[in-house]
Design a protein around this ligand. Structure first.
Ligand SMILES: Cc1cc2nc3c(=O)[nH]c(=O)nc-3n(C[C@H](O)[C@H](O)[C@H](O)COP(=O)(O)OP(=O)(O)OC[C@H]3O[C@@H](n4cnc5c(N)ncnc54)[C@H](O)[C@@H]3O)c2cc1C
Length: 430
């Protein structure tokens, strides 16, 4: 990999997500060699992926070059590489560009979409976990409307304009709200020759309420907001299959649709070598102690979504959200310096700052530490927090300008099919 030998200990970080980059920032100007590896050359701000899928933002404004994160660092290297295997006994990694040795290894690989072993769903459903997947979804949504114009067949046209979102967490709720706003504000102008009132947005939740990690009030309010926007909310419904045409559920309920969006769960993105059964907790996450150290491997650490730090307060580990990843990255940064200097380590303590979700224009729900609120103020807080955590000054400015423009003009100008999504519409007709 052409990484020079150094007298400093080498810390290899796999993954430039929220956890990986907050750790790298802590190691800036320290007497260690940092090697950051990622299969993409950019950091993705996942909370705004749904806005890319729905044409509200350009993909570039939620991505940030990982090389730029390391600009000005002493002893830091980035390599564009996918890690395929960890060999702890040799302290080596196998990657798509060759092998690399480490003194300390940090696994910050995040999570991937969980289809719970249902191959048929995985094949036909749309996931939204990366920028390419969001662009696929954006293209598919627009292509469906173009296709709907071309058919006189009533059922086929309705199915093309019927959107089914599975999963009533923040991602599902935010996406449903954005699609409903497109239906109301954009489709009638863009497709005057199509009866876009027939377009339907359905959100299916297996539990008896939406946003189940939030308060009852937030959950109820989010449901009211969605219903106000014309979204059909289906609760206590479990999807069992989707063949690209019909969504079947555990009840008699079925949906004919060309688009099923799967937002019903994620699982840890483990790597061969640190995936033995005894190391893995529920959700395919790597078990770690209070210092984010992987069990039985004192030189290997895991942070963020991939790490499961079980405790009395968090028996299933911390939530798979940005804040735990950022805070663990920072704490581990301090601990690695302590380790190198042979000082005692500091256990990780999670500071829960709360959670929030937006349903659309002027509509959001916030459960902060000591206060819960919904509506217009919550929407402003949601925007401010997202702008604050977005990486890169230019991205913040661009996103802010886009939001102001979209707000004033009731518009989403990035409704472009730049890279068509290849759906087989003939198969759909049959
Ligand atoms: C659609 C969506 C909306 C979300 N909304 C919110 C929200 O509103 N608020 C919130 O707090 N959280 C939200 N989350 C969750 C949040 O994004 C994650 O919890 C957070 O990104 C986890 O950070 P991480 O550093 O663990 O992993 P990630 O940010 O996922 O980063 C992992 C990195 O590892 C890289 N990688 C993975 N495997 C390999 C490999 N084998 N080799 C090399 N590189 C690899 C990836 O390319 C990626 O860059 C959302 C997630 C999604 C998908």
């Amino acid at each position: 990999m052409n990484i020079p030998r150094s007298n400093y200990p080498r810390i290899v970080i796999i993954g430039g997500g929220f956890g990986g980059i907050s750790l790298a920032e802590k190691l800036r100007k320290q007497e260690v060699q940092v090697v950051l590896l990622d299969k993409n050359n950019y950091h993705t701000f996942q909370p705004l992926l749904y806005q890319v899928s729905t044409g509200g933002l350009e993909p570039d404004s939620i991505a940030y070059p990982l090389r730029k994160v390391l600009n000005g660092y002493k002893n830091a290297f980035f390599r564009l590489a996918e890690v395929t295997e960890i060999m702890p006994e040799k302290r080596m990694l196998q990657t798509s560009i060759g092998e690399l040795s480490y003194d300390y290894l940090v696994i910050a690989t995040g999570s991937e979409t969980n289809f719970f072993g249902n191959d048929e769903l995985e094949k036909h459903a749309m996931a939204m976990k990366s920028i390419p997947q969001s662009l696929n979804l954006r293209s598919l949504i627009l292509e469906n409307f173009e296709q709907a114009l071309l058919t006189d067949e009533y059922h086929e046209r309705n199915a093309l304009m019927n959107f089914v979102i599975v999963g009533g967490g923040p991602t599902g709720v935010e996406l449903a709200g954005a699609l409903a706003e497109i239906k109301k504000g954009i489709l009638p102008k863009d497709y005057p020759d199509l009866d876009t009132r027939r377009a339907q947005i359905n959100i299916i939740q297996a539990r008896d309420h939406l946003l189940d990690a939030m308060s009852e009030k937030a959950s109820k309010k989010a449901e009211d907001f969605l219903e106000e926007l014309g979204v059909q909310v289906w609760k206590n419904v479990r999807v069992t299959s989707y063949d690209g045409k019909t969504v079947r559920t555990k009840t008699d309920l079925t949906f004919e649709t060309a688009t099923l969006i799967w937002a019903a769960g994620v699982k840890g993105a483990t790597i061969k070598g640190i995936d033995a059964k005894e190391l893995i907790a529920e959700g395919n996450r790597i078990k770690v102690d209070e210092y984010n150290r992987v069990i039985d491997h004192p030189e290997i650490f895991a942070i963020g979504d991939i790490a499961c730090m079980q405790s009395e307060e968090a028996p299933k580990g911390h939530p798979m959200m940005a804040q735990p990843a950022i805070q663990q990255g920072r704490n581990l940064g301090e601990n690695l310096i302590r380790l190198v200097n042979e000082k005692p380590l500091k256990p990780f303590v999670y500071k829960d700052k709360g959670s929030m979700a937006t349903v659309g224009r002027n509509k959001a729900v916030c459960d902060l530490k000591n206060i819960r609120f919904q509506g217009v103020f919550a929407w402003f807080v949601w925007m401010f927090v997202h702008l604050f955590y977005l990486i890169g000054f230019k991205n913040r400015v661009v996103v802010f300008i886009n939001w102001v423009y979209n707000y004033i003009r009731f518009d989403r100008e990035a409704r472009l099919i730049i890279r068509p999504y290849k759906r087989d519409y003939h198969q759909f007709k049959d």
